[in-house]
Design a protein. Structure first.
Length: 201
């Protein structure tokens, strides 16, 4: 009997990337099909930042996300295989038809980096998209008052593997690093598409 694992939330202020990677695996695979080595590699690659004070692990760099995506694509197991694509700068769009929308239409998922204010960045897991909204799972528990009115909406009824947040696509595309829950300037944009290769769907 197939067993899917509910999405998890962060256990610290800094582990949005490894948790989002694990949630992506939970979304795409049954629990018994996820190799332990893959979970180990996620934590080995992530939490690689160093603060100006020399503190380790206060977040994950885009380089680590790209390297882990590359490793996941090359790793093969009897019941586990992934296709990943790292998008950055002007290759990453949420307005027009794009690699992101095509991946989500194929029932894939994606790690998307958002600006959350005060020069802070945060990764969420994209699950679906319609004409107006991108639906994501945000691994950081938030109070509803922190959401941008009319542009970012908390979905309190979410459970198991459902999106708990939706963001207007026009708002996401804001070319600014001053607004919360947007992609920011082209120079700052990052996204990792994750899906099963077509032959094992």
């Amino acid at each position: 009997m197939a067993l899917r694992t509910p999405f998890s939330y962060q256990v610290s202020a800094y582990d949005c990337v490894p948790i989002s990677f694990i949630n992506a695996l939970a979304y795409l695979f049954d629990r018994d099909d996820i190799p332990p080595l893959v979970i180990q590699k996620i934590y080995l690659y992530c939490l690689d930042t160093v603060t100006t004070q020399g503190d380790l692990g206060h977040g994950t760099t885009g380089l680590a996300v790209a390297l882990l995506g590359n490793w996941l694509q090359k790793y093969r197991d009897e019941s586990f295989s992934l296709s990943t694509t790292y998008l950055e700068r002007d290759r990453f769009s949420v307005i027009e038809k794009s690699p992101l929308s095509e991946c989500l239409n194929r029932k894939g998922t994606a790690l998307v980096r958002l600006h959350t204010g005060k020069n802070l960045w945060h990764y969420v897991l994209a699950l679906s998209m319609d004409d107006d909204w991108l639906y994501v799972f945000d691994p950081c528990r938030r109070k509803q008052r922190n959401i941008v009115r009319g542009q970012v909406e908390y979905l309190p009824e979410a459970n198991e593997q459902q999106p708990n947040l939706r963001i207007r696509r026009q708002w996401l595309d804001t070319l600014s690093n001053r607004k919360r829950f947007c992609l920011g300037t082209l120079r700052e944009r990052e996204c990792l598409l994750i899906e099963k290769p077509m032959q094992i769907h």
